[in-house]
Design a protein. Structure first.
Length: 206
């Protein structure tokens, strides 16, 4: 039987690779994959991995970072969570756990190679890929990714031509409060990147 987006998401929902066949230590808790997508979506948010709040709720970006991200995009909560219009596909679908300092661990290494290409093959309508943070930027931009996140985001104009899988791409820093100092240090982000991002999002949402 040919794979469809519905059957693929069902398979992802039951994924236990990071527990049963992990790379390194297994996931320290029960998996709860979080992903939202529809064949009609024209925008895709590619983030890092769920945090503790998202793991508890099953709702992506249901935290202060999500509030800021929606402000950056210029969308309402209803628009953001309309999977028929906006897909949300993190690099790791499950909360990876916390490090010794209480920060989120990196996305599980098993996840992206298993699912990313298969998912995007089922999403031909995506025209804008928003890369939130360095993990998604390194995966999707490959050799086009710069040595640092700041350089990558500052080079955003290079990625707006639809070359990556036929999609325009806009790299962003993570909207976490931990990046407040970065935002103050790099005012060009709010002056140049966000207005373009909001225009493109509004154009695609109609």
């Amino acid at each position: 039987m040919a794979e469809t987006l519905v059957t693929l998401i069902q398979e992802i929902s039951g994924c236990r690779h990071c527990v049963e066949s992990p790379i390194g230590s297994p996931l320290p808790h029960e998996p709860r994959p979080v992903v939202r997508a529809s064949p009609s979506a024209r925008i895709c948010i590619s983030g890092q991995a769920p945090g503790t709040r998202v793991h508890a709720s099953g709702v992506p970006f249901a935290d202060p970072s999500g509030v800021r991200l929606r402000e950056w995009l210029g969308v309402s909560e209803d628009e953001f969570y309309d999977e028929n219009r906006i897909a949300i596909i993190p690099m790791g679908f499950c909360f990876p756990g916390l490090d010794d300092k209480g920060g989120d661990l990196a996305p599980r290494r098993e996840c992206a190679p298993l699912w990313q290409n298969r998912l995007f093959a089922q999403l031909p309508g995506i025209e804008l890929l928003v890369l939130v943070g360095q993990y998604s930027q390194k995966w999707h931009l490959g050799r086009g990714c710069k040595p640092s996140l700041t350089e990558t985001v500052k080079s955003w104009r290079e990625y707006t031509i639809p070359e990556q899988r036929g999609m325009a791409t806009i790299p962003l820093p993570h909207p976490s409060w931990r990046n407040n100092a970065w935002l103050k240090k790099n005012p060009w982000f709010g002056q140049d990147v966000l207005p373009h991002l909001r225009r493109e999002v509004r154009r695609l949402l109609g």
